[in-house]
Design a protein around this ligand. Structure first.
Ligand code: MSP
Length: 537
């Protein structure tokens, strides 16, 4: 978790507070181990957060864990552990993953945090008092083995239920429901009037298609404690706990409340928490989520916020799902990718680069080891790595590592990549931004081949031309470090260090041609992405 530095506050309207760019990921179910899908979502969110900081914005990046529910209760029971103890152990692994991925999250929320549980109860109490909930009975077919009600869709063609459900009995159960239907037309109108609310466009159309074609059913928000006790008790009826979405979605505002967000404090009517420097976070700027949980974020969440008197997030950004070798990722079939193992083997930036470069935010993607290795070799080892290594090695060899006088032959190419990258990251087009940056990598590599500095070095009459070429290459490498910093921060910092620069390449304003000064000494060149001729995986 990043420290929240006081100096990141700017006075605004006389108050020491300004709205931060607030970006969140989905909170992962704590049961099970993380796979590439979880890692991917956290990485794209991190890149957007870093890009915004790089553009000079104040950012708050939230991620965390969804820890209540049946599965956790069962898994803990199977291990004869208290669910909290079970969650604490797994949460440590997930937090370690966040560090392995080098996420710049400002907070990590767990739905078992007291700050979250108390806040959820305040929300539930408020909406109950508003009359947004009602209690009703439900009769259905219940599988005790799966501890779930089955629906007509679960029946086999002969009308029976699969034996895997065990004994299925007709059961009546009372629960609390959240009234949704009265808000359906309001939501349709809102989505139509705010085209950027759900991205990409085709996901927005999906939501509108759904809302326009069927009546919204009220949402069941509880489970009787006899059936599930690992949850947050309803403050108005101790016989029930809240179920899944009223717990999970609220994390986005319980975290804001915990940091003293004034909008959330005012709406929920809960006394502001005492924090040394309250943050203005809500409304979120982007909720990054997977396509499978779009309905919860684009239908239930806006209605929940509306009845809480809170403004809606500015954007729900839904990414696609990864498959491996064309098939669903599944631990039980072994068709999975362990991000930690890939990172151990190839390095974090190779992993970050591959997932960002391979898949645009929106469609589904397919991981293949061959595809990963081929991008590593072509784009990282032979592309960026080779460019930086040969540029700096030649500067070391031919000019003792001293930067020659400024020359602007590649300045226009660098400016083009910089302008495009700035525009693309603002639109969350991370894949396109990398393509644009690689336009500069390829141009600079081509420039080496065209100008052949190794030949110029042999001819004393070409000394000035060699200076020019070496400056252009070193400066192009510096600008690449700045442009790449949000995507592959470790590599960007290495390039800066190899250039002998002491600062950080983390501000896009530094991507201005001419930053390297004549006479400055560079550091030691070293391969960024070692070539891997014999592939071992
Ligand atoms: N706990 C809920 C989310 C609550 S958000 C208020 C949940 N958890 S999850 O662990 O199942 O999924 C977390 C995120 O990982 C989701 O956004 C989901 O779409 C994403 N992914 C899970 N598998 C994935 C792939 N195979 N590929 C890409 N992302 C995937 O849902």
């Amino acid at each position: 978790m990043r420290g929240i530095a006081k100096d990141r506050f700017v006075p605004h309207n006389g108050a020491w507070m300004s709205k931060r760019f607030y970006i969140t990921t989905a909170i992962d179910y704590v049961n099970g181990q993380a796979h590439i899908g979880h890692a991917y979502e956290k990485i794209i969110t991190d890149v957007i957060a870093r890009s915004r900081r790089s553009l000079g914005q104040d950012v708050f990046f939230l991620t965390g864990l969804d820890e209540h529910g049946q599965k956790v209760q069962q898994a803990a029971l199977a291990e004869k552990r208290h669910p909290q103890e079970y969650c604490d152990a797994l949460a440590a692994d997930w937090q370690a993953l966040a560090r392995t991925l080098d996420l710049t999250n400002d907070d990590f929320i767990r739905t078992t945090d007291p700050r979250h549980k108390e806040f959820v109860q305040a929300v539930l109490a408020k909406l109950h008092a508003n009359g947004d909930f009602y209690k009703a009975g439900y009769t259905g077919f219940y599988s005790a083995k799966e501890e779930t009600f089955l629906t007509e869709k679960d029946r086999r063609p002969d009308g029976t239920f699969d034996p895997s459900y065990g004994e299925v009995v007709e059961l009546q159960e009372e629960n609390y429901y959240f009234k949704l239907q009265a808000h359906q037309q309001w939501l349709i109108d809102y989505i139509e009037a705010n085209p950027a609310f759900i991205a990409p466009d085709y996901r927005r159309n999906e939501v509108l298609g759904f809302l326009n074609s069927q009546k919204l059913e009220d949402l069941c928000i509880s489970r009787p404690i006899g059936r599930l006790n690992w949850g947050i008790p309803l403050p108005f009826d101790p016989n029930f706990v809240t179920y899944v979405w009223f717990d999970a979605l609220v994390n986005y505002i319980s975290a804001a409340y915990a940091h003293g967000d004034p909008t959330v404090c005012a709406a929920i009517g809960k006394a502001p928490v005492v924090v040394p420097a309250p943050l203005e976070l809500w409304p979120a700027d982007i909720h990054v989520i997977g396509k499978d949980i779009l309905k919860f974020h684009a239908v239930y969440w806006p209605i929940m916020l509306k009845v809480m008197d809170l403004p809606l997030p500015k954007q729900i950004l839904a990414h696609g799902w990864w498959q491996k070798d064309g098939a669903k990722i599944s631990k039980s079939t072994g068709n999975t990718i362990d991000p930690v193992a890939v990172i151990k083997d190839w390095g974090l930036d190779a992993f970050r680069f591959y997932v960002l470069r391979e898949l645009d935010i929106g469609p589904d993607g397919n991981w293949t080891d061959a595809g990963f290795q081929s991008r590593y070799s072509a784009e990282l080892a032979n592309g960026l790595g080779n460019l930086v290594n040969r540029s700096l090695s030649m500067l070391k060899r031919y000019r003792q590592g001293i930067v020659p006088a400024r020359h602007d032959e590649l300045a226009a190419d660098a400016a083009k990549a910089t302008d495009e990258t700035k525009a693309l990251v603002k639109q969350n087009q991370l894949q396109a931004a990398l393509q644009s940056i690689w336009g500069l990598v390829n141009r600079a590599n081509q420039y080496v081949d065209q100008t052949a500095p190794f030949k110029l070095a042999k001819d004393p009459a070409q000394a000035q031309r060699l200076d020019e070429v070496l400056y252009n290459l070193a400066e192009a490498c510096r600008i690449l470090a700045v442009l790449l910093c949000p995507f592959i921060p470790g590599t960007a910092h290495k390039i800066y260090a190899q250039l002998g620069l002491s600062g950080s390449p983390d501000q896009l304003a530094l991507a201005k041609w001419g930053g390297l000064t004549a006479g400055q000494a560079i550091g030691e060149p070293a391969p960024l992405f070692p070539r891997r001729d014999v592939e071992t995986r």
